[in-house]
Design a protein around this ligand. Structure first.
Ligand code: GTP
Ligand code: SPV
Ligand code: MN
Length: 586
């Protein structure tokens, strides 16, 4: 008797018509064979085997370089379950539309079946996915990003307890590109893209959109959060999770080298993108990282901003859409040193030294998590690490102070729900416009966001010792248009303040939006920053916040009566506190 996985593979093969089917067992031999094949057909280019052993460059289709939100859909039976912030399609319509594209899509191609685990194999919280794909590059990426092969098959056995994901490159035409989620069936269909979150189905599709739906049903949380440990001079480690929108600094914060190491503050990494959290027996939220690798933004990464990842990606890593130096090494804007003469850009053309970038703005590295020097000894802890604080943040050039603390859980949920950020190249579309991105989950929440806010409020009530909630902003700019805060490793100064707030030792000042650090409670020694810049970093401008309150009010109107009363109350309170300064409605 065929198992549910086998039946689904057969069904998918009937639909897509591949020339052969290859099951990925996770073995080294199979992986090496796949790499050799891709080297032979040009899908991969080998990098310098001495300085970058077992590292490869892949160039994606130039029209396929980032997650594409306008073709991403939640296909629930009722549109209300998807909510006003998700694209929605009726399941039957979605299957008909995409089914026509999948029909025969794998003619002449190999269909790879990739069983994988999201979460450490020993964890009771880990989930199984099976991705069917005709892209060997996706398979190689999955080998790094998830735990692939036998380990996953053993776990499912003959059960139906897995999330199927069908992926095909199709013809890579953006007009025939869809990323579809069927949350009631726990099914994912993706066609027409080979890039990142569109194609590596374990990541945003399973571990966030499908998992968030499951988490609400089952009373846990699936969040777009990095997880870090901060160890203080006493040797005790406090764990924090932080949600920032795409390309707003999760990977860099997760792997930072603490600027306060000489004072005994060290940062260790558990995860850089996704956190699954359950209420633990100690009454705290316990977080696991469902992923096994890091898929990080290359530009801006160098031995100063992120020495840990620079060390990590020297072997066994994939690079996508970066430049290539004559020495066979990867190159991107912001890496250490200038582009050597003879560098080839991400499109494979000689770089002329002009204004055209060498690396695509959303070019990425894919690196095994365990290779990071900062990896925490507890990164695969089956029960997860206890979370003491949540940080939310985005790019706000003008409005938000460096850090502030919410007054309580309910206020914290409001702060998180009103998050906004100036957009980046991680998603297709306009860059630099402010958009609301509650909990950094706008593109990743697999159900109605009003209910998601409700779930957050309920989780706070159900968790005996919920994390304290903070908002951070590394991206505030001065009148000269430059960042006021040095960021990266210096962000540990903010983590230290957070730790001391949780421990009850750091002073804070009440403002209309929450608690900002008392001037002398931030550790700034060894940092050359002017007192005026610090004032500006911590300033809360009531007029700016009155305008902000108008904007959040408008945003919440999208949810109509479904918006939880607690959020409405907090909105009222914010308006009270910042004063009802009248601003023209936009
Ligand atoms: P995704 O992987 O898309 O979710 O992004 P991410 O949130 O992991 O962001 P990442 O850490 O890759 O950083 C994105 C960009 O922001 C990179 O160009 C970084 O160099 C830059 N960046 C990260 N942290 C800081 C910071 O503290 N200050 C400043 N100014 N820039 C930062
Ligand atoms: C993001 O956009 O948040 C990413 C990249 O982490 S992708 O996996 O492509 O979604
Ligand atoms: Mn990242």
């Amino acid at each position: 008797m065929a198992s549910p996985i086998e039946r689904w593979v057969e069904e998918s093969a009937r639909l897509t018509g591949p020339k052969k089917i290859e099951w990925c067992d996770g073995s080294r031999e199979q992986h090496e064979r796949l790499i050799s094949q891709m080297l032979a057909d040009g899908t991969l280019l080998a990098l310098n085997s001495r300085s970058y052993p077992n590292c490869y460059l892949h160039r994606s289709d130039p029209t396929d370089v980032a997650r594409t939100e306008q073709i991403t859909f939640i296909c629930s039976r009722s549109q209300n379950d998807a909510g006003p912030t998700n694209n929605w399609m009726k399941p039957e319509d979605a299957k008909e539309k995409a089914g026509a594209l999948f029909r025969g899509a794998m003619h002449g191609r190999t269909m790879y079946v990739v069983p994988y685990l999201m979460g450490p194999a020993a964890s009771p919280y880990c989930k199984v996915g099976v991705e069917i794909t005709d892209s060997p590059y996706v398979v190689a990426s999955m080998y790094i990003m998830a735990r692939v092969g036998k380990v996953a098959l053993d776990r499912v056995g003959k059960s139906e307890d897995f999330v199927p994901g069908l992926h095909s490159l199709g013809d890579l035409n953006p007009d025939r590109r869809y990323v579809l989620h069927f949350p009631e069936e726990k099914l994912i269909w993706s066609i027409g893209s080979g890039y990142g979150g569109n194609a590596l189905l374990g990541k945003k599709c399973l571990a966030l959109r499908i998992a968030s739906w499951m988490a609400r049903e089952q009373g846990w949380m699936a969040e777009h959060m990095l997880i870090v440990g901060l160890t203080g001079p006493s040797g005790k480690t406090m764990y924090m999770a932080a949600a920032f929108p795409s390309a707003c600094g999760k990977t860099n914060l997760a792997m930072m080298v603490s600027a306060l190491e000489s004072q005994g503050y060290k940062v260790t990494t558990i995860g850089d993108d996704i956190s699954w959290m359950h209420i633990g027996p100690d009454g705290m939220l316990r977080a696991i990282n469902p992923e096994a690798g890091f898929f990080g933004v290359a530009p801006g990464t160098n031995s100063k901003t992120n020495p840990n990842v620079m060390a990590a990606l020297k072997s066994n890593s994939l690079f996508t859409n970066v430049g290539l130096t004559p020495a066979g090494e990867p190159w991107w804007e912001g890496i250490d040193g200038a582009a050597p003469a003879g560098t080839i850009d991400w499109l494979g053309r000689p770089h002329t030294g002009g204004t055209e970038p060498v690396a695509q703005a959303n070019s990425r590295y894919t690196v095994p998590a365990g290779q990071t020097p900062s990896i925490s000894p507890r990164w695969e802890d089956p029960e997860g690490v206890p979370i003491s604080a949540f940080l939310f943040g985005g790019r706000r050039a003008r409005l938000a102070p460096l850090v502030y603390e919410a007054r309580n859980w309910q206020h914290g949920v409001f702060v998180a729900a009103t998050m906004a950020s100036e957009t980046t190249a991680a998603i297709t579309g306009q860059v630099g416009v402010t958009r609301r991105d509650p909990m950094a989950m706008l593109p990743f929440c697999g159900y109605n966001m009003a209910r998601y806010f409700q779930h957050w409020l309920e989780m706070g009530r159900r968790t005996p010792k919920p994390p304290r909630i903070f908002h951070v902003n590394w991206f505030r700019k001065g009148a000269d248009g430059k960042y006021l805060w040095p960021g990266y490793g210096e962000n540990v100064r903010v983590l230290k303040w957070v730790m001391e707030r949780v421990e009850g030792t750091a002073a804070a000042v009440e403002t209309p939006i929450g608690l900002v650090p008392a001037r002398d409670s931030l550790t700034l020694d060894g940092l050359s920053i002017s007192p005026a810049a610090v004032d500006e970093l911590l300033r809360v401008d009531p007029a700016d916040w009155a305008a902000e309150a108008q904007a959040t009010r408008q945003f919440f109107q999208r949810f109509g009566d479904s918006l939880p009363a607690e959020i409405r109350q907090e909105q009222e309170q914010l308006q009270e506190r910042v004063g009802r300064v009248s601003v023209p409605a936009s």
